[in-house]
Design a protein around this ligand. Structure first.
Ligand SMILES: [Fe+2]
Ligand SMILES: [Fe+2]
Length: 246
């Protein structure tokens, strides 16, 4: 479903990647996410009691660490080839996020079946997105090749997690996938809501600055027109508080 939406938004993805400064920043950020995912998987390999999964998690962690290095190197190469200029810091990460890793899932609090279900969905979404990015980057063959190389690993991750989920949880794997999907949907909703709140906050501030403030300035100017210029000594008002008998 996410991959379909990404194909619909293909022109937008092309635009997002077309700016070389943004491209470099996104690649560096993808590197951070991949390294983070690699650390989670290394931890998962320490915690699991299943020897087969331990080997697979470890290989997966090594793959993610390698992806992190590849993204960092390419990001740095794009960055140093550019002339320095002030540019927008907009990266559209909510729209083109790359691999999301485990979405802050606590590896040490999950069983193997839950972890495998999350990993499967995450890898499947990443593989779908990387296909879109690979096509969108036709103007940058080196970055395009990087995504094509990483995509092969992501497809392997996607397949082995599904296979192992069915092995460790033959009866409940459907339910595990369903609850992992619900969790990801909730996280997706939170991401969209946060992005929307940030845009709405910006709009409200703009309206305040360009509509409400000028209105107050206009009213203050009009009120000031009725006032005499300079210092004015006004006759003292007779107060009823001078004495209680007056
Ligand atoms: Fe990866
Ligand atoms: Fe992966």
């Amino acid at each position: 479903m996410v991959a379909d939406l990404d194909w619909w938004l293909f022109p937008l993805h092309r635009w997002i990647w077309s700016d070389a400064h943004r491209r470099a920043r996104k690649l560096l950020r993808f590197g951070e996410t991949e390294a983070d995912g690699g650390r989670d998987l290394a931890r998962a390999s320490e915690l699991t009691n299943d020897s087969r999964l331990r080997c697979l998690y470890l290989r997966h962690a090594q793959d993610e660490q390698r992806h992190a290095n590849m993204f960092r190197q390419r990001g740095a190469a794009v960055l140093v080839a550019l002339p320095t200029r002030a540019s927008s810091t907009f990266e559209a990460n909510w729209l083109a996020p790359g691999e999301r890793g485990l979405d802050d899932l606590r590896v040490d609090q999950q069983g193997d079946d839950t972890l495998l279900a999350f990993l499967h969905l995450s890898e499947r979404a990443a593989a779908g997105r990387f296909k879109v990015y690979e096509k969108a980057l036709s103007f940058d063959p080196s970055t395009q090749k990087l995504f094509a190389d990483i995509l092969r690993d992501e497809e392997f991750h996607m397949d082995y997690t599904r296979r192992e989920l069915v092995r460790v949880s033959p009866k409940k794997h459907g339910w595990r996938l369903f609850s992992a999907r619900a969790h990801r949907l909730w996280k997706g909703y939170l991401r969209v809501a946060t992005a929307l709140a940030s845009v709405m906050g910006g709009l409200v501030l703009l309206v305040q600055y360009f509509v409400v403030l000028p209105l107050f300035a206009l009213l203050a100017k009009r009120a000031a027109r009725g006032e005499p210029d300079g210092w004015v000594v006004r006759p003292a008002k007779r107060s009823s508080f001078i004495s209680q008998y007056e």
